[in-house]
Design a protein around this ligand. Structure first.
Ligand code: KIV
Ligand code: ZN
Length: 390
């Protein structure tokens, strides 16, 4: 049986770009959009066109450039927003309007000073208006994570009847637990009339470090779209990280879910986004961090040298990383030293290795990391019979 497809909705250029200091110009956005298309994302959320003339221009240029992916513009449930977004994406091969409104009691009371019935009417009106411009209309129920499930189901039912093709269920504040978020999706699947005519979408924020877990729980429970960003960038603690959800589905065939992403481009895309946004990727970031395939403790190094799968659940080549690295520190063992020494040209006998290793530890206690040029110095100053060295 074929795997179920999960659509990847990339919002690096919208939610991701909301990060302070990560602002991009149109040229930089076009380069990233082209790469996202090549990567195989299904939808590119290019921006929030009403927010500024610059953002309008970027969305408009991206709409003209992108060949395969759907190009989407964000709006509030406001007529003018929808008109401007429709104009910005008019020339896209596959245009989508992403409109919505806050549905939690907190948003309804404090942000809108309104009531549930009024919000429901505004949601329906926005979807109908967006539908007069494009076929593909996605509706977001902002703060759905804290919205009462019964009311959320009523809103979903009404916007599907109004023509929404995708229902975005954002955990805007990153509050939900994975079980709770998954149960929300299941509840909507089971209680919304017409749900088979729409795709449920996960949009999770990472305030408690649960964005990825929540998105995976969402798709396990019936959602078929994940909204995410490269490197997990986004408001506050960020959004769901694209590379993480894609590789979770790849590495767990039992989930029977997959995406169109060409995973071999993940590492390079991560570097590109980090570089353009000036946003450093933490070294221990899953999949794309500089330490994601680096082994530094003696026990782990020995295991990986004997068989990579002892300590790696993914082949680094699959995400575009050339090879696993064996990092030499004072915690490394003889196997790692012999392995790295061989790479720079020294084939050490067991006795030679014992001697060189003693010398290595002295160097390593002083330096944080031993690099190739240090290895030459360590071997040369170890008083081993250099004529028998390779
Ligand atoms: O987090 C959120 O609720 C959003 C919506 C605007 C989709 O980004
Ligand atoms: Zn968001």
């Amino acid at each position: 049986m074929g795997k179920d497809k999960v659509h990847i909705f990339d919002t690096t250029l919208r939610d991701g770009e909301q990060v302070p200091g990560c602002k991009l110009d149109t040229k930089q956005k076009l380069i990233i959009a082209e790469r996202l298309d090549e990567l195989g994302v299904d939808i590119i959320e290019a921006g929030f066109p009403i927010s500024s003339p610059g953002d309008f221009k970027s969305v408009n240029e991206i709409a003209k450039l992108v060949k395969n992916a759907t190009v989407c513009g964000l709006t509030r449930s406001v007529k003018k927003d929808i008109e401007v977004a429709a104009e910005a994406i008019r020339e896209a091969n596959r245009p989508r309007i992403h409109t919505g409104i806050g549905t939690s009691d907190s948003h309804i009371t404090h942000k809108f000073k309104s009531n549930r019935e009024d919000i429901l009417e505004r949601a329906v009106a926005a979807v109908k208006y967006a539908k007069s411009f494009v076929e593909d209309v996605e509706f977001y129920a902002e703060d759905a994570g804290r919205t009462d499930n019964d009311y959320l189901a009523r809103v979903c039912e009404a916007v599907i009847a109004a023509g929404a093709t995708v229902l975005n269920i954002p955990d805007t504040t990153g509050y939900c637990l994975p079980e709770e978020y998954g149960a929300k999706m299941k509840y909507l699947k089971e209680n919304v009339k017409g749900i088979d005519r729409a795709i449920l979408s996960c949009h999770c924020h990472n305030d408690l470090g649960l964005a990825t877990a929540n998105s995976i729980s969402g798709v396990i429970n019936g959602a078929r779209q994940i909204e995410c960003t490269i490197n997990g960038i986004g408001e506050r603690a960020g959004n769901t990280s694209l590379e993480e959800v894609v590789m979770i589905m790849r590495q767990h065939p039992d989930l029977n879910l997959d995406t169109n992403i060409n995973s071999k481009l993940l590492y390079d895309t991560s570097l590109m986004v980090s570089d353009k946004m000036g946003m450093v990727v933490q070294p221990n970031k899953a999949i794309v961090g500089s330490n994601a395939f680096a082994h530094s403790s003696g026990i782990h190094q020995d295991g990986v040298i004997k068989n990579r799968e002892t300590y790696e659940i993914m082949d680094p080549h699959d995400v575009g990383v050339n090879e696993s690295s064996i990092v030499l520190t004072a915690r490394s063992g003889r196997a790692a030293l012999a392995y790295r020494a061989k790479k720079v040209g020294y084939e050490l006998t067991k006795t030679q290795l014992d001697t060189v290793y003693e010398n290595f530890l002295k160097f390593a206690d002083v330096k944080k990391e031993i690099v190739d040029s240090d290895i030459h110095e360590i071997v040369e100053t170890s008083n081993v019979n250099s004529s028998s060295l390779a």
